[in-house]
Design a protein around this ligand. Structure first.
Ligand code: 5AD
Ligand code: SF4
Length: 482
């Protein structure tokens, strides 16, 4: 494993390695020397912070950045002022971009007070040329700007910045590269995300992801299995397989393999207790996957199946390639195979041209599908996507009214669903100390529902049987059953 590479044995005077990830380990070794020198000058450790926006993919990427920074000698810090801060951005909706600009405004003042501070910005927002142009022009205090396709190159870019003292900008248009064996520093010791595929080929008409994350590329099954075995050996009991569309995993590999087959292999890994995955596109959800799930002892009975809209007309316009009826049929199939399954979804309200009738179709699906929870989003116009160019954008007040109605129905359904396990005793993976309630910890059922229970840090990372004493809408209050 490269993670165990002895950085001190890397010859800093040797020619720069051509292959990846060795080339980056070479730069990490250089930066380690630089960090040590700075530490000696300052008489303290250098600190870092990764501020992550957006989805699980970004969270996983940030663990890689943290791994690289720690190898360089930086230590994580929650302080307001740190020596190195990295913004891993999201651009799926407009408000994600706004948040980043808000933060950068504050950082500008901080950097003036602490000139040694370094700021890097990366992620999906950097794949938008207009945003990068704006940053280069008006945010000159930024040190490193890079995108989603070259995250592995972070040490090299940082080295360049240290050497030249100038802003480094490196954004690629796309890539077919997958660099394995990068270091990683997990946020949780007992659970982590595992990338299985990068990018997306679906081009839903509202979505910017295919433009900023590029074409779909699957990792080889053997690389995935090896990584999971490594993290399990290191104490991980729950993994989340990550891809924009996990159901199309493996189709373009030299030796094609289905997502269901991959799951069969993952299931065999000893010591692994829970398997989750995200996200499934309804158009590619196979019977084989449902069967594998139903037979599995490790795959959590939770399915996230984004609906987006309940109207067949809107779905067609969105390029989703399924109908309202087909979606409900899939829900039925999942419930037939696994009656206890928890379903969650994503819904967009106010897509261009959405009529009251279309919206009522969405409400109808929510009513019929009995979601345990749903992420509801107001349509956000993303420049460059086909839907953004449409003239029939929906007025704000209409969208707001629909959004509120949807939220009320989702909440009502969610409360009904949560009630179902009240009084039962079920396994809970304890994840963290409860930040609100002293003497409590928080965990999750395999159904992904949150449970708060009395306990201390010794329970973190353990799966314990918990009596779900009280259902409170979206979560439970419970107690460990002795
Ligand atoms: N506006 C609102 N929501 C969006 N999503 C993706 N693009 C947009 C957009 N332009 C939502 C979808 C997707 C989730 C991750 O984000 O519901 O499933
Ligand atoms: Fe976006 Fe559709 Fe791809 Fe999901 S499947 S990332 S919504 S384009």
């Amino acid at each position: 494993m490269f993670q165990n590479i002895d950085l001190d044995t890397i010859d800093l005077l040797a020619p720069i390695p051509e292959g990846e990830p060795l080339r980056q380990y070479y730069y990490i070794a250089h930066l380690r020397k630089w960090v040590a020198e700075r530490e000696a000058e300052l008489g303290r450790k250098l600190t870092y912070q990764c501020r992550t926006f957006g989805c699980q993919m970004n969270a996983k990427d940030s663990e890689k950045f943290a791994g690289m920074l720690e190898l360089m000698g930086f230590v994580a810090s929650e302080e307001k002022i740190v020596d190195f801060v990295l913004y891993n951005t999201c651009t799926v909706r407009e408000n994600a971009n706004m948040k980043v600009y808000g933060h950068l405004g504050v950082l500008k003042t901080e950097k003036k007070k602490h000139p040694g501070m370094m700021i890097a910005i990366c992620g999906c927002m950097m794949q938008e040329p207009d945003e990068v142009a704006k940053l280069k022009k008006t945010y000159r205090f930024l040190d490193i700007i890079f995108g989603t396709h070259n995250i592995f190159k972070f040490p090299e870019l940082m080295y360049q910045r240290v050497q030249t003292g100038k802003m480094v900008v490196d954004v690629w248009n796309g890539t077919d590269m997958i660099v394995e064996d990068l270091p990683s520093e997990r946020k949780f010791s007992f659970k982590c995300g595992i990338n299985i595929a990068y990018g997306c080929n679906n081009f839903c008409s509202y979505c910017i992801v295919p433009y900023v994350r590029g074409r779909e590329r699957s990792r080889k099954p053997e690389d995935i299995i090896r990584e999971i075995k490594d993290v399990v050996a290191d104490g991980v009991v729950e993994i989340m397989l990550l891809g924009q569309n996990v159901n199309s995993y493996g189709k373009t590999l030299e030796n094609p393999i289905s997502f269901a087959d991959l799951l069969r292999e993952v299931e065999k890994i000893e010591g692994l207790e829970r398997i989750r995955f995200m996200t499934s596109h309804p158009k590619d959800l196979s019977d084989e996957l449902i069967e594998v799930m139903a037979q599995s002892k490790k795959i959590c009975r939770h399915f996230h199946l984004p609906l987006q809209s309940g109207s067949t007309r809107v779905l067609q316009d969105m390029n989703r390639r399924y109908t309202k009826e087909r979606y409900l049929e899939l829900v039925e199939k999942l419930r037939m195979a696994m009656p206890d399954i928890a379903l969650t979804t994503d819904i967009i309200v106010g897509y261009p041209g959405e009529t009251e009738e279309d919206f009522l179709d969405t409400m109808d699906v929510v009513d019929k599908a009995d979601y345990d929870s749903a992420y509801t989003f107001i349509y956000s116009r993303r420049t460059g996507t086909p839907a953004a160019a449409r003239e029939d954008q929906i007025p704000e007040d209409v969208v707001k009214d629909r959004f509120d109605r949807l939220l009320a129905l989702v909440g009502e359904k969610s409360r009904e669903r949560t009630d179902r396990f009240e009084g039962k005793t079920l396994p809970v993976l304890v994840e963290e100390k409860n930040s609100q309630l002293e003497g409590y910890v928080t965990g999750r059922l395999e159904y992904n529902t949150v449970v708060h229970l009395p306990g201390d840090e010794s329970l973190i990372g353990k799966i314990v049987n918990v009596k779900l004493e009280e259902a409170r809408g979206f979560y439970y209050m419970g107690k460990v059953e002795e």
